[in-house]
Design a protein around this ligand. Structure first.
Ligand code: HOC
Length: 370
């Protein structure tokens, strides 16, 4: 039996051989010509660390604190929808891995399994709920209320999906996971959504989701109303401009996720790592700043943390682990990321996640000395 792939490139290759072209293409690809998918990686490669030596790095503290709760690692599971495309146990396997590893899990609105089932599968996991706004706002509020009732601890509102990105790979493969029923979990268990359908046919569910999941009218008033109605911390995911970060704070938002949706929405948009420093500067510690999009190895996480992120969220790598070997595959991928991060913190000359902010990190086309 071949050993479990150690790096992202090998993981992706193994998954390409294991699952069908349609689902693989959906998970792997970026929008348009994949410039942003590529640039997310290139951005990490532009940075180098200049390590310091000759002080004790035998004890490494990888813990972080978010919303008053301590977590042993600076990782989160990014919200990735429709996990049954990768493995039959889908989100249930992922949340069990999250519980085992004590890594917060962000469940997507467009999940294959209902949030209540996910909550039951891993009661001790820290769980946040990613919300796609809905054309019918009552569906959005209903999902947020269900998440709160099921013990989810934060709501992550995605702001960059007012419509679906230009996804050429899926057109090429004539692949639509929605039309294959992979996004039924939360919708078909939502009383407001199901009551809005003319009948309980499969076609009505597909049309219902399509009419609701994209919401070009989403605006700051919606954000304020969500914040007013919810008892949970609210994070905005998809922030790339420092002025939007400032507006988030002015609107009492509790955290932001610097993200370009893994390069899957607007192609040609800034790499999330390149957007990070200006946002960190603007936010200046007032709320947590989490980064996702292109974090494929422990050293990527280290660079994002050194540039001021409070935590990083992982997407494609865990989905590939899931595709290869269910819960165990997810655990293996995340453990590898963690082990690489831990050894890299020590080799860089730091002893904690916060301490990474004091190391020297330089950018190829200019010096960004922390
Ligand atoms: C069923 C509609 O976040 C992705 C998702 C997009 C969600 C819309 C899917 O694949 O990037």
């Amino acid at each position: 039996q071949a050993p479990f792939p150690i790096c992202f490139t090998d993981l992706e290759k193994a998954v390409a051989e294991k699952i069908e072209t349609g689902p693989f293409g959906y998970i792997r690809s970026g929008a348009g010509g994949e410039q942003t998918l590529h640039n997310n990686r290139a951005a990490f490669e532009k940075y180098s660390i200049i390590p310091r030596f000759l002080h004790d790095v035998s004890n490494i503290d990888t813990s972080i604190e978010l919303f008053g709760k301590t977590h042993p690692t600076p990782f989160l599971f990014a919200p990735v929808g429709m996990n049954r495309m990768a493995h039959d146990e889908g989100e249930l396997a992922v949340v069990r891995a999250a519980e085992q590893l004590k890594i917060p899990y962000i469940q997507s609105t467009v999940s294959s399994y209902a949030l209540e089932d996910v909550a039951q599968a891993a009661p001790a996991a820290t769980k946040w709920f990613q919300l796609y706004w809905s054309t019918n706002e009552d569906i959005a509020y209903s999902m947020a209320d269900r998440a709160e009732a099921a013990g989810f601890e934060a709501i992550v509102l995605t702001v960059d999906t007012v419509m679906l990105g230009w996804r050429e790979e899926d057109v090429r493969n004539q692949f639509s996971p929605l039309k294959l029923g992979y996004a039924r979990g939360n919708y078909m268990n939502d009383p407001v959504f199901t009551a809005s359908l003319p009948d309980n046919s499969f076609e009505s569910y597909v049309q219902g989701v399509l009419q609701n999941v994209f919401h070009p009218t989403l605006n700051w008033e919606n954000v304020r109303e969500l914040k007013r109605r919810s008892n949970l911390p609210i994070l905005l995911k998809g922030i790339l401009h420092p002025e939007d970060a400032e507006l988030a704070i002015e609107n009492n938002i509790d955290g932001i996720i610097v993200s370009n949706h893994g390069g899957r929405q607007l192609d040609g948009v800034i790499a999330s790592l390149d957007a990070l420093p200006a946002i960190v500067k603007t936010v200046n510690g007032r709320i947590p700043v989490i980064l996702d999009s292109g974090v494929y190895r422990g050293m990527d996480a280290l660079k994002a943390l050194a540039l001021g992120a409070d935590a990083v969220a992982i997407g494609r790598p865990f989905v590939y682990g899931l595709a290869l070997n269910g819960q165990q595959g997810v655990e293996k991928v995340m453990t590898n990321l963690y082990d690489e991060l831990k050894v890299s913190i020590a080799l860089a000359g730091a002893t904690s996640v916060k301490g990474l902010r004091n190391i020297t990190i330089v950018k190829k086309d200019g010096v960004d000395d922390q």
